[in-house]
Design a protein around this ligand. Structure first.
Ligand code: SF4
Length: 650
């Protein structure tokens, strides 16, 4: 319930809260308060083995996948140990990292670096562990509108730091302290023997505060819902899934509902599917595991990256035009540098198929390489730079669940040819094939409007997969009302009447990158600069798209920025790397992210120089790695759906 604050405010507050904790951490390990501007260091192991004048370069490296948070705290700690330490962050808070990835390069007096190592890593590992756990939860509920919240179950003294990490992970912060809002819990109710009595007293005493009331059963829920004026939120404490679903029906949007109690990664998806608005998770801060990071001493800053670059250059030189490397706009800059073509996924697949390259290597997520394999000519072989690079949106549409929905929909609307499945290109090849076999068609974010219009003009209904926001935004842009648009729920299929009256049925999937942009971010940007132009991707939620000045595909966003006059201020709602790149390429304009927590695609982060080098090195061997080989029937049916798109979108 806390108002959105700017990143700068959050960082300032983080460092203020961290300051005494840093002192404590250093006091635990070091003798502080020495001569001059540096604290005296009591580290006999280091001091007895390393020359006091020696300098070193070290890298903080990820040993596991995760989301980084707390870089500013680690930097502050190192500088406090010795102001001569140089710190260069290689990533920023919020960025997803992979094993082996360099987080920061630090250099300076060896004695200082080694003495400060443990304390700096302790902060970084804890906060990154919380951000990682939060991101996992947020991703797990991506197919619903539920928001993940933290609680006050934080390590004493670490409240601000822990909540900062939750915010960086994509969650929202519940109250920071008791004084932030009124939360009437079971003990308050038991103490005076009445839920409405407790609410009334609290409201009279503090009318200025938001009020939430906890209910432990359906009778209390009825009582809480009957309170007038309505309370600001109702907390469902340890209710069963059935009770939560019933509570959603009873509240019918009048009061936001928050689910709480025993929420884990295994249970959170089912909880979100009940339709609750918020899910608070104490485990994010009281039981998150630390992200495994370590500090490695190196002679040079990037020896592994240098080796990978050498290998990539050598293979490209050797294979010449027999090889083409494709790079999506969302991958890392250091990898994109070695792409022969840059672009959106379908555009890349089509352009590669027009070349005579024998080896096509995709630097992007898995479905992109599959699209490449679908469109490749005879004799062309397609490879991925990383098989770990998945897409959260594509993964929301499991084929068995889609098939079940399709059977139910076609059973209700009658003949299957009265409904057309439209599948967004950001999907697995199996899903494209499923649609291709049923008279369906692929679309991109750039041509979705034309494709949906084509189907509706033919007096047919649409089953749009897997992105509910792109499908919904497109339908609304064509003038359809909310009553004509239905979101499918796998766990509880909609009523037959609702299916019958829907013109467009949306699979409930969403992209966890674009889903993170919010209306408050637009409001904040416009308050800061009324002249700002806001452009977002149509995978963002409908309220964000409706408030933006423009919505467009990745290529359309790039063109908008390129074609705008110098001095234009853009706030952009899409993947962080693309926005940062546009800002670098266009210094004559102000280009920034719409959100203050950078939205990185974790799948795209998996594509590294090492991965690309490994794939390229193996191309001519007997056992090449990461080759994408599709079942022939799937490939053919997916191609049919793509060819229909080309025919319908002209
Ligand atoms: S940005 Fe979203 S849709 Fe694109 S690959 Fe990442 S998760 Fe998938």
């Amino acid at each position: 319930m806390r108002a959105m604050e700017s990143n700068r405010t959050n960082l300032k507050r983080l460092l203020e809260a961290a300051s005494p904790l840093i002192d404590l951490a250093l006091a635990e390990d070091l003798m502080v308060g020495g001569e001059g501007h540096c604290p005296a260091i009591a580290d006999p192991s280091t001091q007895s083995t390393i020359d006091s004048g020696a300098c070193m370069v070290a890298r903080i490296v990820a040993k596991d996948r995760g989301v980084i948070a707390g870089l500013a705290v680690a930097e502050e700690l190192l500088r406090r140990v010795d102001p001569r330490i140089e710190w260069i962050a290689e990533v920023e808070d919020g960025q997803a990292v992979v094993p082996g990835e360099c987080i920061a390069v630090i250099s300076g007096p060896a004695v200082s670096l080694l003495a400060a190592e443990r304390a700096a890593l302790n902060f970084l590992q804890r906060l990154s562990g919380i951000a990682t756990a939060t991101r996992d939860m947020v991703d797990a509920v991506v197919a619903t509108d539920a928001t993940i919240l933290d609680t006050r179950k934080t390590v004493p003294g670490f409240r601000v730091l822990d909540k900062y990490a939750v915010w960086i992970g994509g969650g929202e912060n519940h109250r920071l302290s008791l004084g932030d809002m009124l939360l009437i819990k079971d003990n308050h109710i038991d103490a005076i023997g009445s839920l409405s009595g407790a609410v009334s007293r609290a409201r009279t005493a503090h009318p200025e505060l938001l009020l939430e009331v906890e209910v432990a059963n359906m009778a209390q829920l009825d009582e809480a819902l009957a309170i007038q004026p309505p309370v600001d939120r109702i907390l469902l404490d340890n209710l069963s899934l059935e009770q939560m679903a019933e509570a959603v029906q009873l509240a019918s949007g009048r009061v936001p509902l928050e689910a709480s109690g025993n929420v884990t990664l295994e249970t959170v998806r089912a909880i979100s599917a009940t339709g609750v608005d918020y899910i608070s998770v104490g485990g994010l801060t009281h039981s998150a595991s630390a992200l495994d990071l370590s500090m490695r001493v190196e002679d040079t800053a990037h020896p592994e990256a240098d080796r990978a670059i050498e290998q990539i250059r050598e293979v490209k030189r050797r294979l010449g035009e027999r090889l083409i490397v494709l790079g999506h706009h969302y991958i890392r800059d250091d990898v994109l540098e070695y792409a022969d073509l840059r672009g959106d996924s379908l555009e890349l697949a089509r352009r590669a198929a027009e070349t005579n390259a024998e080896f096509i290597v995709f630097c992007g997520v898995r479905f992109m390489a599959e699209t490449g394999a679908t469109l490749a000519k005879d004799g062309q072989r397609v490879f991925s730079a990383s098989s770990h690079a998945g897409c959260v949106l594509a993964d929301t549409a499991r084929l068995d669940a889609v098939r079940e929905a399709w059977d139910k929909i076609t059973h209700v609307v009658g003949e299957a040819d009265r409904i057309v499945p439209i599948v967004y290109v950001n999907s697995a090849s199996e899903l494209k094939a499923f649609c291709g076999k049923r008279g369906g068609v692929v679309c991109t974010s750039a041509n979705a409007k034309r494709i949906v219009e084509h189907v509706i003009a033919d007096r047919k209904r649409v089953f749009f997969l897997p992105d509910r926001h792109l499908g919904g935004n497109t339908a609304r842009a064509l003038g359809l009302s909310d009553e004509e648009i239905l979101i499918w729920h796998s766990e509880r299929a909609p009523q037959e009447d609702a299916i019958r009256s829907a013109q467009v049925i949306l699979w409930p999937g969403a992209c966890n990158v674009h889903q993170r942009f919010r209306v408050e971010q637009i409001t904040h940007q416009r308050m800061e600069d009324p002249a700002v132009r806001i452009v977002v991707h149509p995978e963002c939620n409908p309220r964000v798209v409706s408030l933006a000045d423009e919505a467009g595909s990745t290529s359309q966003i790039i063109r908008l920025v390129e074609d705008s006059p110098a001095g234009t201020h853009w706030a952009i709602g899409t993947e962080a790397r693309l926005v940062y790149r546009l800002a670098t390429v266009h210094p004559e304009k102000t280009v920034e992210l719409l959100s203050d927590v950078p939205p990185y695609c974790a799948g795209m982060s998996e594509v590294t120089l090492d991965g690309l080098a490994r794939t390229l090195e193996s191309l001519e061997t007997a056992q090449p790695v990461e080759e994408v080989v599709l079942d022939e029937a799937i490939s053919q049916a997916a191609r049919v759906a793509i060819e229909r798109m080309l025919a319908w979108s002209v």
